[in-house]
Design a binder for this molecule. Structure first.
Ligand code: CTP
Length: 421
């Protein structure tokens, strides 16, 4: 599973503000990660109500969870603090979601049968099915995970409306290695954040190019540009949050792969061209955020070029293929099956240059930004330019802008599809 480690760009603060999350812990060594998760949820602005089984309290104490959540923790259905003595009802009525992390094999088996002999299982059974989603983050030994009973239980829990999350792979507390580790706190945080994003691209296949390209001059030198890839990576994350299947083609960048996104790394414009064209048959939307080098040396030197008597090195330059223009000219784009979006990086006359570029490349939508004001930055300001005119997206974190763009693109595609029927 890709390792999601968000930078400030990819993970703005307060993503969960005004959200009330019930965090359930069943027994398992992964409870230690739930403590970190609790802290992360609070940092993102959520209020967190912790409910633990007695087994969970063997691994991490209610005192720890109370200190981290800043709320009294519930363990027993007989808790006298509830005036009506109905903690199992009261605790979920204002919740936006329940996340059980860790969800042990035993706890899931219990849920499956609708058993309710402790507060956590009783509360899950008594939750309003239609308004309070239940997420389960399984955590167990690899043999327990692979056991047909566990797999059968998870399939049935999904049918019953639970969102059963995946598991990580690697070293386990028991010393074995395999599938069954609970997802990391950052990954669980991502899952919860994504839960609240509208699924406007559900089932769509999105292809995104991102970052700079690097054109070699010799084995140790080349030309590139200042693109960091942050906007493209933020778009990949936002598209995935919106329910899309995302394929990212990335030039040389120093960024973690957004959770759930498939990534192909490339270096040169030619490699990027090949990787993108290989995906065109499958994609519904292509978003070209990459800052592709316009030229490359016709022939890179086989050995390092040395300083010396021959003076300054010189190269014959050839123009790189225009990836966006090639995708826009593809029969699927021409038939309206593939929607193409470009990013114009300019230093002046942004609107006019970006509009001209949109027409030249034959794409319906061009996003304009000022290169020096965006390359490497965590925020950006955009112009959304189509044949009708221009709309401004004021300066904001790149993930915020990416979500706005995803909503905008989804609306355009839905309008187009409605128009065709
Ligand atoms: N693009 C591309 N392949 C290229 C050049 C650009 O796919 N060889 C795409 C970029 O990913 C972006 C859009 O075209 O979506 C505009 O890129 P930009 O660098 O702003 O424009 P250029 O076409 O390179 O024109 P110029 O450098 O002259 O401004």
């Amino acid at each position: 599973m890709p390792n999601y480690r968000g930078s400030a760009t990819l993970r703005p603060m307060s993503d969960l503000s005004n959200k009330h999350i019930v965090l359930g812990l069943s027994g398992g060594i992964a409870c230690y990660k739930a403590a970190e998760l609790c802290r992360a949820l609070v940092k993102q602005g959520a209020t967190v109500q912790v409910v633990m089984t007695e087994a969970a309290a063997q691994f991490v104490t209610p005192v720890t969870m109370q200190a981290l959540s800043n709320q009294a923790v519930y363990v027993s259905q007989w808790d006298p603090r509830e005036p009506n003595n109905m903690a199992h009802i009261n605790l979920t009525r204002h919740a936006h979601a329940i996340l059980v992390a860790p969800a042990s094999a035993d706890f899931m088996a219990k849920l499956l049968h609708g058993r309710a002999d402790d507060l956590l299982s009783l509360m899950c059974l008594a939750r309003p099915l239609d308004t309070v989603p239940l997420l389960l983050a399984p955590a167990m030994n690899k043999e327990m995970w692979a056991h047909p009973a566990t797999q059968r239980n998870m399939a049935q829990l999904r049918q019953d409306g639970a969102i059963v999350l995946g598991v990580g792979q690697g070293d386990q507390a028991c010393g074995e290695v395999g599938d069954g580790r609970m997802l990391e706190p950052d990954e669980l945080l991502y899952e919860l954040t994504a839960l609240f994003q509208p699924k406007v691209l559900h089932g769509k296949k999105i292809l995104i190019s991102a970052g700079p390209t690097y054109e070699a001059m010799d084995p140790v030198r080349g030309i590139t540009n200042l693109s960091s890839g942050k906007m493209g990576f933020a778009l990949a994350r936002a598209a995935h949050e919106a329910g899309a299947n995302v394929q990212l083609v990335a030039g040389p960048v120093n960024l973690p792969t957004p959770y759930g996104v498939a990534r192909t790394d490339v270096r040169s414009a030619l490699e990027m061209h090949t990787a993108v064209m290989a995906q065109v048959e499958r994609a519904d939307i292509f978003i070209a955020t990459a800052a592709v080098a316009d030229w490359r040396p016709a022939q890179a030197a086989a050995e390092k070029i040395k300083k010396g008597s021959e003076g300054l090195p010189s190269f014959d330059w050839v123009e790189n293929p225009d990836i966006l223009a090639d995708v826009a000219a593809h029969p699927r784009s021409q038939a309206g099956d593939l929607y193409c979006v470009g990013f114009a990086a300019e230093t002046q006359y942004l609107q006019a240059q970006a509009q001209a570029k949109r027409e030249r490349k034959g794409v319906p939508l061009m996003i304009g930004n000022l290169g020096p004001a965006t390359f490497g930055q965590d925020d950006n300001a955009l112009l959304v330019i189509d044949a009708q005119g221009v709309k401004e997206l004021p300066r904001a974190a790149k993930l915020i802008l990416a979500r706005q763009l995803v909503a905008d693109i989804a609306m355009r595609i839905n309008t187009k599809n409605k128009g065709q029927t």
